[in-house]
Write a new protein. Structure first.
Lengths: 386, 138
């Protein structure tokens, strides 16, 4: 590995809870300090910060440190005396922020970058809408009840199932296997709560074809990362996860009132082309994969778009026996750990290369982490242990 | 508490004025003829910037759908459950208009079914373009 290559050297989760007595900012600081502790660096080593600060729920006035915890908050809270670079990405999740951190390290703009994503779930019904009026583009959708995010995201899944002749029931083995990864994990909000296929088939339907078990449960928590150069990484506590390839894309295609499945597929495949192009790698070279699961169906769709299976085969692929395909979302993802926007995917991709996963893939040398959906920004990285 | 009312803007006022007359109109590029909904400032096919609202036939095929329940959105408590559909209009592939399906059990509505626009009077002040399943469904 070139000495200038960017590497993830430290990772940390805050405590994660469905309802937490502590504020979002407390979780963000806890995750950042744990990521620093993980690699043996201190706040004075950090000279760059990168974040995806988008509020994790609809808010009219976002209070820094409470509703959001972006670069302003972390600079204030941690002090960061050596800071010389920052970036806030508007789209693409924590992995897009990580891509910018890698760009900064490899260009020399910063040498040690802290990256995080915090999510806040205060009391109250998540995502409930009450406005009496429908403004802007909503005037063509909200009067019909197409307003709640679950319904908005049910539309492309309904199209996918009809287009490829699949049923929601075909997802059951994947949902069960995924929850199984956290059944014995005390750090998961679903510890000790395994599922059966009958549980999935009987789950309350929120907006067909999506059930409650297809939605990641809102939580309060944060995942954090430290990125520095391969040269700097040599002296640190953990084995580095080198950023072999990266892509930050997933911009919307077309002007439509709904999320059209066909537009998603075009945008998702563009991200895949940007990721694999020039990497010298193919899907078969990856020993463990972490795909976005904010809604369950994004995992099979991303498996298709990234080339791990053929078009229309995504649900069969993710529902297949793990012994027959590449291990997937082995830390439980967001369906198994709560709505943490890609941080479970990215931390697991690093842990697998470090030999620290609870569901370790023996000899994993190449892993992939992806987060986001192709209508709101998405990003992916391929990480290597050498 | 009831279904949210659309708030027309300068860009969309002709659409709602037409709905009031019982007519479905969609913004159309006056250079190349491409339809855009919702209104968009530049034609993504020819980069033209001159649009005008023109009448469409109001017929199409159900592209995607879900069902709204009262539990999810209490504003619709009196009328839920409602089938929420994206109708792909016959004028152009991918040209989507959102609506509910009138006169059908939401559970019986299927993607791929044919539908036609029908105007539903909500109150004295406004109407909504809606859809009804049509007979050419076999």
């Amino acid at each position: 590995v070139s000495l200038t290559r960017a590497a993830i050297v430290g990772t940390g989760f805050s405590d994660v809870a469905r309802r937490s007595p502590d504020h979002l900012g407390a979780h963000v600081v806890q995750a950042c300090l744990r990521a620093l502790e993980d690699c043996g660096l201190t706040v004075s080593d950090i000279d760059g910060v990168a974040n995806y600060p988008n509020p994790s729920r609809p808010v009219t006035t976002a209070v820094d440190g409470f509703d959001v915890a972006g670069v302003n908050f972390v600079a204030r809270a941690l002090g960061l005396p050596s800071l010389r670079w920052f970036c806030s990405v508007a789209q693409g999740t924590v992995i897009a922020a990580l891509v910018e951190a890698a760009n900064a390290v490899e260009s020399g703009a910063a040498s040690c970058v802290l990256v995080w994503r915090g999510m806040f779930n205060p009391p109250g019904r998540f995502g409930r809408l009450a406005a009496p009026q429908a403004d802007g583009p909503n005037q063509f959708t909200h009067p019909y009840g197409l307003a709640h995010n679950v319904l908005v995201f049910a539309m492309p899944f309904s199209r996918y199932l009809a287009r490829y002749g699949r049923r929601r029931e075909d997802m059951a083995p994947f949902i069960v296997q995924n929850r199984g990864y956290v059944a014995d994990d005390p750090t998961s909000v679903f510890a000790g709560q395994p599922l059966t296929e009958a549980d999935y088939l009987a789950a309350p339907i929120v907006g067909p074809p999506l059930s409650l078990l297809d939605c990641d449960m809102p939580v309060t928590g944060c995942g954090a990362f430290v990125v520095c150069s391969a040269e700097r990484a040599r002296d640190l506590r953990q084995r580095p996860a080198y950023v072999k390839a990266r892509a930050s894309l997933g911009l919307p295609v077309g002007n439509s009132l709904i999320i059209r499945y066909e537009d998603l597929a075009v945008s998702g495949r563009r991200l895949a082309a940007a990721l694999w192009g020039g990497s010298g790698l193919r899907p078969a070279d990856v020993q463990q994969v972490n795909l976005y699961d904010g809604f369950s169906y994004y995992t099979p769709l991303w498996a298709e778009w990234l080339g791990f299976c053929g078009e229309g085969e995504g649900i069969d692929f993710v529902s297949a026996d793990v012994k027959t395909r590449v291990p997937l979302n082995t830390s439980g993802g967001a369906l198994g750990r709560g709505r943490l926007h890609g941080t479970p995917q990215l931390i697991e991709a690093v842990h697998q290369l470090q030999g620290r996963s609870r569901h370790q893939v023996p000899g994993a040398r190449v892993t992939l982490a992806q987060a986001g959906d192709p209508s709101h920004g998405a990003a992916a990285v391929i990480l290597t242990s050498e | 508490v009831s279904r949210p009312r659309p708030v027309p803007t300068d860009l969309t006022e002709p659409f709602w004025a037409a709905v009031g007359r019982g007519e479905l109109v969609i913004a159309r590029c006056q250079t190349c003829g491409r339809w855009e909904h919702p209104p968009f400032p530049v034609c993504p096919q020819c980069y033209g910037t001159k649009f005008a609202f023109e009448a469409v036939a109001g017929t199409g095929t159900i592209h995607s759908m879900t069902i709204l329940t009262a539990d999810l959105d209490p504003r619709f408590a009196e009328i839920a459950p409602l089938a929420v559909i994206a109708a792909e209009l016959d004028e152009q592939p991918g040209l989507i208009v959102v609506g509910n399906v009138l006169g059908a059990d939401p559970g019986s509505v299927r993607i791929g079914a044919r539908c036609a626009v029908e105007f539903e009077r909500i109150d004295d002040a406004f109407s909504l373009p809606q859809f009804r399943l049509t007979e050419d469904n076999s």
